[in-house]
Design a protein around this ligand. Structure first.
Ligand SMILES: [Fe+2]
Length: 209
């Protein structure tokens, strides 16, 4: 079903951010996730593979994930997509559970996962991958002590992630882990931030330095 699906993980910038290029190589339609650094290099990957970039998708609106949006939009005509609660400049605001297809074979499903920030979301790519932004890193999770952060909301978001297919490959927003990606099932076993806790225990855990 998804043999023509391309998911390129690209480490960029000074904070070990990841951008992602997702495409259907049989139609050449594509989306880019969190373009914020090394824009010329991202554009040359898009142009080099003759991709038609339809969407710029942000996992959340922190500057280190969105600051390349405008330049990429100007150069490709792609539409900027974020969760509907984001106040940052966008063309399309999406809701929890909504889907966008970039081709008949590649569908993106938006899962609202507030906690790191109110507009944070994870994006499922077919039955293959979950792009998690700063909600979940490999072996870690995003902080909840920045403005808009909410540990109790992250508890609920993690409950949502626990219900997904364990074979999904987690693609995080930063390269902070031992490996750049890992299966959700592995993270549920080994990521200490996902250990089973009550809500109160989790909120306390997140507020402990
Ligand atoms: Fe962030």
């Amino acid at each position: 079903m998804s043999t023509s699906l391309l998911i390129e993980q690209i480490q960029v910038g000074a904070y070990r951010n990841f951008s992602y290029l997702v495409a259907d190589l049989s139609t050449l339609h594509a989306a880019i996730f969190d373009p914020a650094w090394e824009i010329e290099s991202l554009l040359s990957r898009i142009n080099g593979q003759k991709l038609q970039l339809d969407y710029i998708i942000n996992t959340h609106a922190h500057l280190d994930h969105i600051q390349g949006n405008i330049e990429i939009k100007r150069r490709t005509g792609a539409k900027i997509v974020m969760h509907k609660s984001s106040l940052a400049l966008k063309d399309l605001g999406v809701s929890d559970g909504e889907q966008i297809s970039i081709s008949p074979k590649v569908t993106l499903k938006f899962i609202h996962t507030p906690g790191h920030s109110p507009e944070s979301m994870c994006i499922q790519v077919n039955d293959r991958a979950l792009i998690t932004g700063d909600t979940l890193f490999i072996g870690e999770c995003g902080r909840t002590d920045l403005p808009g952060g909410d540990a109790s909301a992250l508890f609920d978001s993690f409950e949502k992630l626990r219900r997904l297919e364990p074979s999904l490959i987690i693609y995080p927003g930063h390269d902070y882990g031992k490996t750049p990606s890992a299966a959700l099932g592995e993270e549920l076993k080994f990521n200490y931030t996902l250990a089973k806790r009550t809500r109160d225990e989790f909120v306390k855990f997140m507020s402990t330095p």
